[in-house]
Design a protein. Structure first.
Ligand code: NAD
Length: 296
């Protein structure tokens, strides 16, 4: 028989992820404090209950998809005592590596199993069941979770021990944030020098400047017609989420004494862009900020 699932946090990501588990035949008890999320989850076939503790009572696997690490730790304190012994806790939220390790430790101390399994792929990937999962935890716990992760995602990678899934997520997104800024600076410099965006794209996309930020999420309209730049920078991957992820990367850089000037600077630039009103735009819209700050 399929394991019984509890899903806590039925927002933009968790809602469609849980719906895909129901479609695959899993019995899913859900909880979210927001009434609109409860209504949608009921329509999607979850059994929506009145509290997180009630949701986990009969669960073999508990999946959380929450905004931050403090909420995850507070919720774990509430639900770990309510779950059956040896329940597998899967946290798919994007949180601090240190919080992820603490969450797993608290679960282990309470007699449970735990992995961190953050995702990339956004709301569209959550709806389509094509997320990428990056997992930290033991081989056994990974193996137990894998069939469920395969339902919600297309690519599932076991990265290492507890917290290492979160580490993979923030390292990847640090590369992405830094490379998007680098690509944007190059386009703005090219514009000043009389180099068209298309000509720079034609050269760099076939040369050593090639990267995902250029060829799949090009920050200027034209060269790649499907990118958010061609649609007034509607996300896509919102700058507010890049700000969050780079903030987590910056915490980890400082906590581990890593000399990463570009990663820390990228965190500052995205934080400024987000708090300055750009947070709802795709993260490639950082080029508009760089252009606006560039004097003639
Ligand atoms: P969201 O705010 O839409 O959803 C979070 C949900 O958690 C909300 O519905 C909220 O009511 C609920 N919640 C809060 N406290 C709770 C509790 N104690 N018990 C149960 N539910 C609770 O956020 P989201 O966009 O779904 O993102 C969730 C996580 O996924 C975040 O950590 C985010 O960084 C990460 N993530 C998001 C994206 C994206 O594109 N949105 C992509 C990758 C990763």
């Amino acid at each position: 028989a399929l394991p019984t699932v509890a899903f806590l946090g039925l927002g933009h990501m968790g809602g469609p992820m849980a719906a895909n588990l129901v479609k695959a035949g899993y019995s899913v008890a859900g909880f979210d404090p927001v009434p609109a999320a409860q209504e949608q989850a009921t329509k999607d076939g979850l059994t929506v209950v009145a509290s997180a503790a009630e949701a986990v009572r009969d669960a073999d696997v508990v999946i959380t998809m929450l905004p931050n690490g403090k909420l995850v730790l507070d919720l774990y304190d509430e639900i770990l005592p309510a779950a059956k012994p040896n329940t597998l806790f899967v946290d798919s939220s994007t949180i601090d590596v240190a919080d992820a390790r603490e969450a797993a430790e608290r679960a282990h101390k309470a007699g449970h199993r735990a992995i961190d399994a953050p995702v990339s792929g956004g709301v569209a990937g959550a709806a389509a069941g094509t997320l990428a999962f990056m997992v930290g935890g033991s081989e056994d716990d990974f193996a137990t979770a894998q069939p469920l992760l395969d339902v919600m995602g297309r690519k599932v990678v076991h990265c290492g021990a507890s917290g290492v899934g979160q580490a993979a997520k923030i390292c990847n997104n640090m590369i992405l944030g830094v490379s998007m800024i680098a690509i944007s600076e190059a386009f703005v410099l090219g514009e000043k020098l009389g180099l068209t965006n298309q000509a720079l794209f034609d050269v760099a996309s076939n040369a050593s400047g090639q990267c995902w930020a250029l060829t799949s999420n090009c920050p200027v309209p034209g060269p790649v017609p499907t990118t958010p730049a061609n649609n007034d920078y509607q996300p896509g991957f919102a700058a507010a989420l890049m700000d969050k992820d780079l903030g987590l990367a910056a915490n980890a850089l400082r906590a581990n004494g890593v000399e990463a000037e570009l990663g820390l600077r990228a965190a500052e630039l995205y934080h400024r862009f987000n708090t300055g009103g750009g947070g709802g735009l795709d993260f490639s819209a950082i080029i508009t900020d760089i252009r606006a700050r560039s004097t003639a």
